[in-house]
Design a protein around this ligand. Structure first.
Ligand code: HEC
Ligand code: HEC
Ligand code: HEC
Ligand code: HEC
Ligand code: HEC
Ligand code: HEC
Ligand code: HEC
Length: 499
C-alpha cells in the first residue's frame, strides 16, 4: 500500500455494461465459492460492524481514534469511514465521503501489529490531512463496477469481480456459450497477460494513451491499446514491489527460455490461492527434480522464489522474487534508474514517452531535464492534449518560466474549463499582474467543482482580504477549517481578521 503516484483523472464509467457476480455464481457456484475466499475477491468493500478487523480498544495515532462503528475522530471533528480497500492480510485503507468527493482516511489498519496507525504517505506531515482525494487508480485495482466520482457509492461490486477477468457477461448469462465470454487462458499471450497486467503491472509509469482513459481496457484486448506502461531498462537491479511481478518474471530464465508457455496462470490457479506443494509441483511440469544442480529436494520455491523486502518501502512487507534466480539475489541498494522503455513493445511514440519521463521524474529528479525536453518537443504536434499541456506547464512553472506557463494554462482552460491545476495556477499569475477580480472569479469557479482544494481556498482568502472584503475572506477560511480543522495557517489568519 505504498502511496502511488498517479495523475488525478476523473473515474469514468466502465466501457461495458457489467452484470455483477450474482448471475455468474448461480450457474458456476463451485467457482464462486472457491474464489470468494481469495484476497482479490475481498480487495474492497463496505465497512460494517460485522467486519471489524482487529481491536478498536487501543489508542490510535496522533490524538485521533477510530470507534467500533468506524467513525474517525480527530481534532474535534469526525468522518464516517464507509469503505475499505485491502483484504486485510497486510492491512486496510479506508475511504470517507464529504460533499461530492471521496477521500482517503489518514489512519489505516495494520494487521501484523494489529493496530491503527498513520496511513502510508501521511508520515512526517505537520497534521493529519483530511483532504486527500482517493486516487482513481486505487479503486480501479481494488474494486469493480466503478461509479462516477459524485455517485453515492464509489463501486457497486466489491473486490475484483468475475467480469474484471472475463469481460462483460450480460450476453453470456442470457445465452451461455464459450464464444460470448472471455476465457483468458485461451487467448494469445499478450491479451492473456493483459488480464492480470491491468492491476499487477505498475512499472515506472503508467500512461493513458492520448484520448483514452485508464478504465477503457476490457478483458480480451491488449492492455497496451489503452495504456503505455514503462519500465526501467535494467529491471533486475530493482527491488520487488507490490506490482512488479511482470517485470521480474520477464527477466527470469524460465520465462525467457519457455516463452509463451509460461504466464501468471501457470503457477496461480484462476480462482484460489495455491499451496506451496502446488507451486513446487508446477516447477516440475517443466523441470525434473534431477535438473536442480543442488539436488536439494522438493521445496523448490523456498530457494528459488524467496521473499524479499522492497528497499524503498517503509512498511514491513516482503514480496516473492519472480525472477526465479539460481541463487537468492541479495537486496541491492536503491532501485536502478536511467532510461525507460515501454513494456511489451519496447518502443513508444514521443508523446507517451514524454509523459512517462515526466511522471517518473516526480520521484527520480535526474530524469527532469530529459522529461522537459521531450515535453517541449511533443507539444507542437499535440495542441489539444490536455494532460500533456498540463505537464509541460508545470515544468515551465517549476523553472520559473511564468510566461509560457500562463499561456498554456489559458489554452488548457479553453479546452477544459474546470481543469483544477490550470485554474489555480492561472489565478496566481493573474494576482501577480494585479488582476485580483479575475483571479477571485476563476478560483471560485474551480472551487465550486472541487471544494476541497485547500491551497486555492487559502489563496482566495488572501485575495479577498487584500481587496477589502473581510467577510468573504473569513468565510473562505471557515470553509478551509471545515475540511481541515487543524490547518495552522487558516487558524492563524482567521485570528488575525476580526469579524
Ligand atoms: C445461465 C447460466 C450461466 C450464467 C448466468 C453464466 N454462465 Fe458461464 N457458462 C455457463 C455454461 C453452461 C458454460 C459452458 C458452455 C459450453 O461449454 O458450451 C459456461 C462457460 C463459461 C466459461 C468458459 C468459457 C470457455 O471458453 O471455456 C467462463 C469463463 C464463464 N462461463 C464465465 C462466466 C461469468 C464470468 C459469468 C457471469 C458474468 C457467467 N459465466 C455466467 C453457464 C452460465
Ligand atoms: C482488477 C484488478 C486485478 C486483476 C484483474 C487481477 N488482480 Fe490479482 N490482485 C489484485 C489486488 C487488488 C490484490 C490484493 C488483494 C488484497 O489482498 O487486498 C491482488 C492479489 C493477487 C495475488 C495475491 C494472493 C491473493 O489472492 O491476495 C495473486 C497471486 C494475484 N493477485 C494474481 C493474479 C492473477 C494471476 C491475475 C490474472 C489472471 C490477477 N491477479 C488479476 C488485483 C487484480
Ligand atoms: C496497480 C494496481 C494497484 C493500485 C493502483 C493500488 N493497489 Fe493496493 N494492492 C494491489 C495489489 C496487487 C496488492 C497486493 C500485494 C500483495 O498481495 O502482496 C495491494 C495491496 C493493498 C493493500 C494491502 C491488502 C492486504 O493484503 O491486506 C492495501 C490496504 C491497499 N493495497 C490499498 C491501496 C490504496 C489505498 C491504493 C491507492 C493509494 C492502492 N492500494 C492502489 C494493487 C494496487
Ligand atoms: C483474477 C482473474 C479471474 C477472476 C476474478 C475470475 N476468473 Fe474465472 N478464470 C480465470 C482464468 C485465468 C481462467 C482459465 C483457467 C485455466 O483454464 O487455466 C478462468 C476460467 C473460468 C471458467 C472456465 C474454466 C473452469 O475452471 O471451469 C469459468 C466457468 C470461470 N472462470 C468462472 C468465473 C466466475 C464465475 C468468477 C467469479 C466468481 C470468475 N471466474 C472470476 C480468471 C479469473
Ligand atoms: C513453463 C516451464 C517452466 C516452469 C513452469 C518453470 N520453469 Fe524454470 N526454467 C524453464 C526453462 C525452459 C529454463 C531454462 C533451461 C534450464 O535451465 O533448464 C528454466 C530455468 C530455471 C532456472 C535456472 C535459472 C538461471 O538463471 O539459470 C531455475 C533455478 C528454475 N528454472 C527454477 C524453477 C522453479 C523453482 C520453478 C517453479 C517455481 C520453475 N523453474 C518453473 C522453464 C520453466
Ligand atoms: C513460476 C511460478 C510463478 C509464476 C509464473 C508467477 N508466480 Fe506469482 N507467486 C509464485 C509464488 C511461489 C508466490 C508465493 C506464494 C506464497 O507465498 O504463498 C507468488 C506470489 C505472488 C503474489 C503475492 C505477493 C508476493 O509477491 O508474494 C502476487 C501478487 C503474484 N504472485 C502475482 C503474480 C503475477 C501477476 C504473475 C504473472 C506476471 C505471477 N505471479 C507469476 C509463483 C509464480
Ligand atoms: C535448498 C535449496 C534448493 C532447493 C530446495 C532447490 N534448489 Fe534448485 N538450485 C539450488 C542452487 C543453490 C542452485 C545453483 C547451483 C549452481 O549454481 O551451481 C540450483 C540450481 C537449479 C537449476 C539450474 C540448473 C542448471 O545449472 O541449469 C534449476 C533448473 C533448479 N535448481 C530447479 C529446481 C527445482 C525444480 C527444484 C524443486 C524440485 C529445486 N531447484 C529445489 C538450490 C535449491
Amino acid at each position: 500500500m505504498t502511496a502511488r503516484l498517479f495523475l488525478l483523472l476523473a473515474v469514468s464509467l466502465p466501457a461495458f455494461p457489467e452484470t455483477g457476480n450474482a448471475p455468474c455464481a448461480r450457474c458456476h457456484p463451485a467457482i464462486a465459492r472457491l474464489y470468494a475466499a481469495t484476497g482479490m475477491a475481498q480487495a474492497s468493500g463496505r465497512t460494517t460492524p460485522a467486519n471489524p478487523k482487529g481491536s478498536f480498544a487501543q489508542p490510535t495515532a496522533a490524538n485521533s481514534t477510530v470507534t467500533p462503528s468506524f467513525e474517525l475522530q480527530l481534532a474535534g471533528t469526525s468522518r464516517q469511514l464507509e469503505w475499505f480497500l485491502g483484504s486485510g492480510h497486510i492491512g486496510r485503507s479506508y475511504l470517507f465521503r464529504k460533499a461530492n468527493q471521496l477521500f482517503q482516511s489518514p489512519l489505516s489498519y495494520y494487521s501484523e501489529p494489529q493496530k491503527w496507525d498513520v496511513s502510508p504517505g501521511y508520515e512526517n506531515r505537520p497534521y493529519l490531512e483530511l483532504t486527500r482525494l482517493v486516487e482513481p487508480a486505487c479503486l480501479q485495482c481494488h474494486s469493480s463496477h466503478l461509479q462516477p466520482a459524485s455517485a453515492p457509492q464509489p463501486f457497486l461490486e466489491p473486490g475484483v469481480s468475475c467480469e474484471r477477468c472475463h469481460g462483460p457477461g450480460e450476453k453470456h448469462s442470457a445465452l451461455p456459450t464459450p464464444r460470448n465470454i472471455v476465457n483468458p487462458a485461451k487467448r494469445a499471450p499478450i491479451p492473456r497477460a493483459s488480464v492480470c497486467a491491468q492491476c499487477h503491472l505498475t512499472g515506472a509509469a503508467r500512461i493513458a494513451r492520448a484520448n483514452r482513459d485508464r478504465s477503457s481496457y476490457s478483458p480480451g484486448a491488449a492492455l497496451s491499446d489503452s495504456l503505455a506502461i514503462f519500465v526501467w531498462n535494467a529491471p533486475n537491479a530493482d527491488s520487488p514491489s507490490a506490482t512488479s511481478h511482470f517485470e521480474k518474471l520477464a527477466s527470469s530464465r524460465c520465462q525467457q527460455a519457455s516463452g509463451e508457455k509460461l504466464w501468471c496462470g501457470t503457477c496461480h490457479p484462476a480462482h484460489a490461492d495455491a499451496t506451496p506443494a502446488q507451486y513446487n509441483q508446477t516447477c516440475q511440469t517443466c523441470h525434473s527434480p534431477g535438473s536442480c544442480k543442488a539436488n536439494a529436494g522438493d521445496a523448490c520455491i523456498t530457494c528459488h522464489m524467496p521473499k524479499r523486502a522492497p528497499t524503498r518501502s517503509i512498511e514491513h512487507l516482503a514480496f516473492t522474487d519472480h525472477s526465479i534466480p539460481r541463487r537468492p539475489i541479495p537486496a541491492t541498494g536503491p532501485p536502478s534508474t536511467g532510461t525507460l522503455k515501454e513494456f511489451w513493445t519496447g518502443l513508444s511514440n514521443p508523446r507517451d514517452t514524454a509523459m512517462a519521463y515526466a511522471a517518473a521524474a516526480v520521484t527520480t529528479p535526474s530524469l527532469r531535464p530529459a522529461a522537459y525536453a521531450q515535453l517541449q518537443a511533443a507539444a507542437p504536434a499535440n495542441p489539444k492534449d490536455v494532460p500533456l499541456l498540463a505537464q509541460l506547464a508545470q515544468f515551465h512553472e517549476r523553472l520559473g518560466r511564468q510566461e509560457p506557463a500562463t499561456t498554456l494554462y489559458t489554452q488548457i482552460l479553453t479546452l477544459e474549463p474546470t481543469h483544477p491545476a490550470a485554474a489555480i495556477n492561472l489565478g496566481t499569475a493573474l494576482i501577480r499582474q494585479g488582476k485580483s477580480t479575475e483571479a477571485i472569479a476563476l478560483w471560485l469557479r474551480a472551487l465550486a467543482n472541487n471544494p476541497s482544494l485547500i491551497g486555492a481556498r487559502l489563496n482566495l482568502a488572501v485575495a479577498q482580504f487584500q481587496s477589502g472584503d473581510r467577510p468573504a475572506a473569513r468565510q473562505s477560511l471557515l470553509q478551509v477549517l471545515d475540511y481541515e480543522p487543524n490547518h495552522p495557517t487558516a487558524r492563524q489568519m482567521l485570528n488575525q481578521i476580526p469579524e
